[in-house]
Design a protein. Sequence first.
Length: 193
Amino acid sequence: MVELDRRAVEATRTALKEWSPAAAGRPTPCADWTMQDLLAHMTVQQRGFARAVAGERTVLADWAPVVEDDPVGAYADGCEQVLAAFAELSDPDAPVYLPEIMDTPLPTAMVVGFHLVDNIVHAWDVAVSLSGQVEFDADLLAAGLAVARAVPDDGRRDREGAAFAHRLPNRAGAGPLEETLLLLGRDPNWPAG
């Protein structure tokens, strides 16, 4: 799963190749976020997951996005941090604290799954926001879909800053990426601009 997660992170970096400073104000599928907001969120997520799996007990304030002078450079640094931290993982049951999700610790294996699906969805968010495309291998999408199917669709999705909106109805013949997006409240037909 760590290798699949690495590939999901790389997909976000590939999608960001279309970035330019002029894109900072572009809309995204993420509610009221611009590309600048989305990239700040993605950066703090990479850094936060790195800290959490390294055993640090973060608090919610540690996960507040910050707009960087070099947003793509900061994001690349965050990716390196999280990939290095995940590469050191050895115990799938080790407790990890993710204050954005729960007040109690989660097993490392579950956290890696959350991170994987988050990166798949954000790679898509970035790609469609920048009028680009992102490609995923079938095994990566299958793993992401399995995680997305397990994400509860409950009141936590109503909270301000919730990771995902409520599920949208599945469509007949939906592929794994489309179903993942629908399960996590994204409209696969979201138009940029």
